[in-house]
Each structure stands twice: as C-alpha cells, then as structure tokens.
Write a new protein. Structure first.
Length: 381
C-alpha cells in the first residue's frame, strides 16, 4: 500500500520540482546586429554564459539589416528586449528607453571617449563594446610601382593632393569617395569646421564639403560613380584601381582575405585643424522596462569582460573599448603593420553628439551628395 502511494506521489513531486526550476529560470531577450562570423562568436559566448549561469536563459534576437527600424517599433509597442546593442549615433534618440548605468565602475578600464559617446546628459546608457575610427588604407605596392614613397603618419592634405596629382598623371585614381555624411566627418573636423551643426541647408557652405566634391568633380582625383560602375569603393580598392581607401577597422578582415598587394594604414591626413576623425562607439544597454535588471546587467558585464572582448577582437572587426593592453597582443602583431594607429585614435578621436533626428538628416544629406549639382539645396531640413 505504501509502495503504491509512493509511486503515485513521485510523479507529482517530480513535476513540482521541474515547475519550480522553470519558474526560477530568468529569460533575457538580447537584440544585436552583426555579420555571420561575429554572431558565431556571440552564440559561443551565450552558450558559455548559460553554462556558468544555469538560472539565466539568453534569447538572441539577431537583426542583420534595418536593426534600428525594428528596435524603434519594439520601443513604440513596448515589446523591446532586455538588452540591446546600441551605437553613439542613436544613443540620444533611444537613451530615454535605457536605464542609467554607474559610470564610475567603468572609468578605470574603458577608454574615456567610449564612455562619453554612450552617455546622455552625463549619464552612461550603455557599457562600451568597441571603438571605431576612420583610417586610410593604402596600397603600398601601387605607390612603390609608381615611384611614390609611402606617406608618413604625420602626412597632410597637401601631401595627399601632391600624391593624387602624380597618380592622375599616370591615369590612376587616388581614392574612391562615399556619398555618405559619415565619411565627410574627417574632412569637416580636420578643416576645423563644426560637424555637429551640419544640415541639408548649409551643406555646401562648408569648405570641407566643397573640397570633398572637388576631388571627383573638379580635380578628378576620385572616380565619378559611373567610373566605379557596380563595384563598391572597397572593391575598387581591392582590385588595385586606386591607392587609398577611407574606412574603419571593420574592413580589415576583408582586406586581409582579398588583397593581392602589400598594404597598410595611415591616419587621416592633417588639415589646418590637424588630423581629426570622429569616435564611433557601440555598447550594450539595458532597457528600462526589463523585469530582470540585475540579471541583464550581469549578462552585459560578461559581454564587456576582457575574456569576451578578446574573443570578439580576434575576428579583426573591432577595436575593444577596454584599455587593457593584454587584449591587443594579437591585435598588434597581425596585419596591418601600423595597427597601433587604431589604439592611438581610440584616445584622440573626436566625440560627436548626434541629434535625435540624425538619421533623417543623414539620409537627406546623403541624397544631396549623390547629386552632381554644387548649388545650395532648396529643400528644408
């Protein structure tokens, strides 16, 4: 009789234990963008984290395209995830939905620029992941074959123009240019102009913008769009059709894989205000409506740990936001040879505060840049 009773009660006890275990497990929704290679590492980190924290389940929401459009709709419908990857271009717009994070806990270990970039009104809204800055990739082989010595790190706009003129005489383009406001910023900052106040209406009042367009339209040092055809600027560079290419750390893996020539990087050439490029930062924020703020912060700190950032940096895609030099052992011994430039710029790059309507303004300016006209636009911003 007792044995029958035990057999009858045992399944109920097991179900109760399972139910308690399920109830105790916290579920964290985590939203991010990223390439296939990047997401592979993120998934590995999540798996390791869940093993170490069996009471926490991480639900990955990977959005490779139109990330911020989706995030915007999630905030509007109050279905936002607990943890989000965010960048400094959108932190002012979405910071109102993110919890404040104690900045003092990160001041020692992270580059000051990254903390400043991801703060709103002095309040840290995301723990930094990486810091990106624009550098000039250059084709050493092409320059040497044309009798041009590779520029020094302290090169100037004048040096760039002199090299461009020599290349033009040999029917070689200096650099492909993007019709994108982001790639205008080094010119604006190095010319000593205000990058934060640029609008569609005052676009061509900037000497730097006129210079940028003159490189293709007036001097023909840069190819016109029809001369590139269907190729991207990166492909144009990788095909050996130009000497320089303005891009960020994210281009390194592709150039390592595809380049059939000797290459390296340089800082942006100095203008009258020196060599200045914007600080571009991403990090992980915790949404205000999360039901599990403690667990969410624990997960974010794991992602931002030395261990995790070192794994991410080995893809070659990012410059870790942490200052610890141990993270850069592989970083500094792999191509490009002049990789230290990325670390120098992590400290010296310019922090810009983007307005909440930045994406709208940027799209309008990008459309205007595609126009061949040099006249001031009549549209309103």
């Amino acid at each position: 009789m007792i044995n029958k009773l035990v057999l009858a009660v045992l399944p109920l006890l097991l179900c109760a234990c399972i139910s308690i275990k399920q109830q105790d497990q916290v579920s964290i929704n985590f939203s991010t963008w990223g390439s296939a290679s990047e997401i592979k590492i993120v998934k590995e980190l999540i798996k390791e984290y869940e093993i170490k924290n069996p009471n926490i389940k991480i639900n990955l929401q990977h959005t490779p395209q139109n990330y911020f459009q989706k995030l915007h709709l999630q905030f509007a419908s109050k279905t936002e995830p607990d943890v989000v990857l965010i960048n400094n271009q959108n932190i002012n717009k979405y910071g109102i939905y993110l919890s404040d994070i104690d900045k003092n806990k990160y001041k020692t270990d992270f580059y000051p620029n990254t903390l400043s970039s991801l703060s709103v009104n002095g309040k840290l809204k995301a723990v930094p992941r990486d810091i990106s800055t624009l550098v000039v990739y250059y084709n050493k082989t092409l320059l040497k074959e044309n009798g041009i010595a590779p520029p020094e790190d302290n090169w100037t706009i004048c040096n760039f123009l002199n090299i461009s003129n020599i290349l033009k005489g040999k029917n070689i383009f200096a650099v492909p240019l993007e019709d994108d406001l982001f790639y205008l910023y080094p010119f604006i900052l190095s010319f000593g102009e205000n990058a934060e106040n640029i609008t569609l209406n005052n676009l061509y009042k900037y000497e730097s913008v006129k210079f940028y367009k003159d490189l293709s339209q007036k001097y023909h040092y840069a190819p016109m769009n029809y001369e590139i055809g269907q190729a991207t600027g990166a492909e144009f560079f990788l095909n050996g059709k130009c000497a320089f290419y303005l891009s960020g750390r994210w281009m390194t893996p592709k150039i390592r894989e595809k380049a059939q020539f000797e290459w390296d990087i340089l800082p942006f050439p100095a203008g009258k205000n020196g060599s200045n490029v914007p600080c571009d930062t991403t990090g992980w924020g915790i949404t205000k409506n999360t039901k599990h703020p403690k667990e969410a912060l624990n997960f974010v700190n794991y992602l931002a740990s030395e261990y995790s950032l070192e794994k991410m940096s080995k893809t070659g895609l990012i410059v870790p936001a942490r200052k610890n030099i141990n993270l850069y052992s592989d970083f500094l011994t792999s191509a490009p040879d002049n990789a230290k430039i990325f670390l120098n710029l992590a400290q010296s790059s310019t922090v810009l505060k983007y307005p909440t309507n930045y994406n709208i303004t940027k799209n309008k300016i990008n459309m205007r840049l595609r126009s061949n006209s040099r006249e001031n636009p009549t549209e309103t911003n």
